[in-house]
Design a protein. Structure first.
Length: 204
């Protein structure tokens, strides 16, 4: 350009257009890894229920055993399973026994009174929970107690039924979640695949 001359009128020359953002396919969500979730739910339900049955099924069978009532001073004749626990109830408003003894045949001995599993003691009309003891023998036995003169009721500890019920309920809930996940995941992934296919055909 010569001195004094006017600059050229018009837009400056255009360079090459800027490179656009490269196109990439839409991700498929949820990813296939989410299929592990319902599998985990199923495994936890099966294993948890199996463990609960192994731990509490025998106790639950004992809990279905007979109850017995009678005068604690004369003795209450009960059917015991050695090693399992039993609840002692006394008539409402009566004092709790402070010591109990057991006789089977010619053998006698004392039994230790505790409050194990007292939170799961059942309601029995006219009775209230007093104590828990572990059966030291197997078979029929006569239990006498001191400290209370009211009628006494002895029943098997049924806490195992509560734990089994919780285990079954948990297994059912996990099973339902697993079924819902197996239904939900393919539907969502199928919808995502259709959107990705449509975007591939018409990326702009």
């Amino acid at each position: 350009m010569w001195p004094g001359s006017n600059p050229p009128v018009g837009p400056p020359p255009m360079g090459p257009p800027p490179a656009g953002v490269p196109w990439s396919p839409l991700p498929i969500k949820p990813s296939a890894g989410w299929y592990a979730l319902p599998v985990v739910f199923t495994l936890v339900a099966v294993i948890g229920l199996a463990v609960a049955l192994g731990l509490f099924l025998d106790d639950s069978d004992v809990a279905e055993g007979p109850s017995a009532s009678g005068d604690p001073r004369a003795g209450v004749r009960v059917e015991l399973t050695e090693g399992y626990t039993y609840f002692v109830y006394v008539q409402s408003g009566a004092s709790d026994p402070y010591s109990c003894s057991l006789r089977q045949g010619t053998a006698t001995g004392t039994i230790s009174l505790t409050h194990k599993n007292s939170w799961s003691a059942s309601d029995h009309p006219g009775y209230e929970y007093a104590a828990t003891f572990a059966a030291p023998v197997n078979g029929p036995a006569l239990i006498t107690c001191r400290g209370t003169g009211a009628r006494m009721l002895v029943t098997p500890d049924d806490t195992a039924d509560f734990y089994l019920g919780i285990a079954v309920l948990g297994a059912v809930l996990l099973g339902v979640l697993a079924i819902l996940a197996f239904i939900f995941l393919p539907v969502r992934r199928g919808s995502a695949k259709r959107r990705a296919a449509a975007a591939f055909r018409y990326p702009y």
